[in-house]
Design a protein around this ligand. Structure first.
Ligand SMILES: Cc1ncc(COP(=O)(O)O)c(C=O)c1O
Length: 367
């Protein structure tokens, strides 16, 4: 039958979304109107924070949030190298110097220790990334005494200690890119915070650095979530917990159906105390691309992510990445392999993936 890498679909929400989009079209309000305000309130209530600020995408959300937290040109921002490029790009676009730290090899998230090693007197903020939907130990990182911005782009729906990812740090950012756990129909993003000041600064920055559209106190951005995207998100947000539960059930089924016994395959581990949202289900193998090839022959989608970690990307070499030692980052970049995950993964599909992994691993011997 075959199992694609991404097993999710918005098909069944199509009619409701189109209805809401038609209402927005008729209303004539397209920018910063009632849909964005309502979605911001609903997302804030869902997360359990005081404010959400809708912006154009998850990358702008990071840049704006860093500046709203007080990051100034030349300040250092500690962030992982094993992440999507945008985490570091946003710091650079805020004028900051990215200082790359290592991650934990089993969880793919930063730890209090890995962050602490990268802190200097010039550090102004820390950006733990909740990679693949796992949740970094934010309270350990916050105890280091610097502002913490959660990059929760991949972690909508995840929990840590009963609280939502995105409600744990001084601020957090989300992406609603269509492949994300809470998707919109194009680009979209948001900043979440309990701080009135940070929210106020973020609102100004998303509108050219102005509160009243007359006086421009700061050079900001034109970066708003638009009404059409907010209307679609308002249809989908109430589904997020159910979707997340489906992803967790699929992850648990991989274990009960024996994926952990496949020779040479290491399964992802939740950060202790965290309940991941399984944006992706990322295992490790010494020959991941050969294994992906063998899985493709058996109709199962698989691919590696971030093979060249961010500190070694050409545009980032000026920050000294070549002399950094980040062993877990190097290992994960080399060995990671995402296996099928999504909201529509039936038990039969899980069984098919496990059987395909067994056969593919046998055809892909290691060391
Ligand atoms: C960890 C991480 N941070 C930031 C982003 C940027 O989000 P966007 O694509 O909405 O700009 C993404 C997603 O693409 C991401 O995965």
């Amino acid at each position: 039958m075959g199992v694609p890498l991404f097993a999710s679909s918005l098909e069944r929400y199509h009619d409701r979304i189109v209805e809401r989009l038609a209402e927005v079209t008729r209303s004539g309000r397209y920018i910063l109107g009632p849909e964005v305000s309502a979605f911001e309130d609903e997302l804030a209530a869902y997360l359990g924070v005081r404010h959400c600020v809708g912006v154009a995408n998850g990358t702008d959300a990071l840049t704006i949030a860093l500046r709203a937290l007080g990051v100034e040109p030349g300040d250092e921002v500690v962030l992982p190298s094993f992440t999507f490029y945008a985490t570091a790009e946003a710091a650079v676009n805020a004028g900051a110097v990215p200082v790359f730290c290592d991650v934990d090899r089993d969880t793919a998230c930063v730890t209090g220790e890995s962050v602490e090693r990268a802190i200097t007197p010039r550090t102004r903020a820390i950006v733990p990334v909740h990679l693949f939907g796992n949740v970094a130990p934010v309270e350990e990182i916050a105890s280091l005494g610097l502002p913490v911005l959660e990059d929760a782009a991949q972690a909508a729906g995840a929990l840590r200690g009963g609280r939502r990812a995105g409600a744990l740090g001084d601020a957090a950012t989300f992406s609603f890119f269509p492949s994300k756990n809470l998707p919109c129909l194009g680009d979209g993003g948001a900043i979440a915070t309990n701080s009135d000041d940070v929210a106020d600064r973020a609102r100004r920055l998303r509108f050219h650095g102005s509160a009243d559209k007359e006086t421009f106190d700061q050079v900001g951005y034109n970066s708003r979530l638009d009404e059409l995207q907010a209307a679609a998100l308002r249809v989908l947000l109430p589904e997020l917990d159910r979707w997340t539960e489906a992803r967790r059930t699929a992850a648990a089924a991989y274990e009960t159906q024996g994926l952990g016994e496949v020779a040479g395959l290491a399964l992802p581990r939740p950060v202790p105390g965290s309940e991941p949202a399984y944006h992706l289900y990322v295992a490790r193998h010494e020959r991941p691309d050969a294994l992906a090839g063998a899985l493709a022959e058996r109709g199962v989608g698989a691919r590696g992510y971030y093979r060249l970690p961010v500190h070694l990307q050409p545009s980032m070499l000026r920050f000294g990445g070549e002399s950094l030692e980040l062993p877990a980052t190097d290992e994960l970049a080399r060995t990671n392999l995402a296996l099928p995950m999504g909201t529509g993964l039936e038990d039969t599909a899980i069984a098919e993936v496990v059987a395909a992994c067994e056969a593919a691993a046998a055809a892909t011997p290691v060391g």
